[in-house]
Design a protein around this ligand. Sequence first.
Ligand code: NAG
Ligand code: NAG
Length: 334
Amino acid sequence: MLLMKCGFLHQTFITTIVLLSTFCKDSNSQFGLKIPGFTINVTTRVTVQRNLCVHIPCTFQIPSIYTLPSNAQGAWLKFNNLQHNVVARKDGLDDPQDKYPRFFLTGEVWKGDCSLRISDAKAEDDSLYTFRLEDRGVPYSFAEVSPKVTVTDLTDTPEISTTGTLVAGERVTLTCTSPGRCAGEAPKITWEGATVRKAMVHRYTIYYGDGTRTYHSNLTFSPSIKDNMEKLLCIVTFTDNLSSKSEIVELEVEDAPPKSTTVCSSMDSKLIAGIIIGNIIILLLAGLGLLFFIKRHMKNAGNRPHESKPQGNESAYQDLHGQSIHTYEKITMK
Ligand SMILES: *[C@@H]1O[C@H](CO)[C@@H](O)[C@H](O)[C@H]1NC(C)=O
Ligand SMILES: *[C@@H]1O[C@H](CO)[C@@H](O)[C@H](O)[C@H]1NC(C)=O
């Protein structure tokens, strides 16, 4: 009887949720209606610079009476006035990158992961976003937390690898790295400066496991002494023609040292090493000699028990006497 009552309550609960969620499919997000058991963990505020990207970690829970199938669908919606448009959807069928190239639902929906990535952020992305679970069994908009994405001006700049002092005639490679680690379109990287004319430019991309990448450009050249104090910078231009300049690098080039100097300095170091080793050997020998001397002294002292209690002048004489013997022994030993 109790079991039946519980079963009935359970049934009613499910029916209520299903009815509510079906009824609210389009309105619960708008009115922020919350059904118990449905929760979402996501930040409320995100800031991204124009042309860069942002990853928004997100997880959600549904009442434990539901289990999501492995092809569970979900979508992120963007609010424009009272409208909401899907910007990213994962349905396991279409490649979401094709329809919504800059928004990507990175999370596995059936595991309760609703993480979102925005690439190449544009001014119009500045908005509120809501995650909607679109599984047939439990359609539900998690409208109680809608992250607000704020798009700011691009302030990050490309960076040129540090150079140090360059040596005339020695080939060098400087690397310019575009800001951000994104999944969007590759920006254009250009170099400016007198040195660029004689340089080789090689651009490349580094791919990371999570689908993001960084963009780089190598500038390879052999500096001459005339390049000293030359200025160099790199400029990254994004797909919307907005660009960002690196800090200006001033080249520091010095003459290559003459060959003889190199030989001389290497000989110097050998000489120093030789002196150090020689000193160590001398010290070792001196130490051994001292040890030998002490050993002998102790042996002699033990051999003369009748002299162990010297007094007054006699003792001074005996000490002196002993010393002279040792000195003599040492000399003969050598
Ligand atoms: C670019 O330059 C860096 C630094 O010299 C070097 O490690 C890297 O291999 C270069 N990459 C390419 C693709 O030339
Ligand atoms: C960027 O500039 C180029 C020429 O400078 C132009 O052809 C292109 O249409 C511009 N793109 C945008 C998105 O404004």
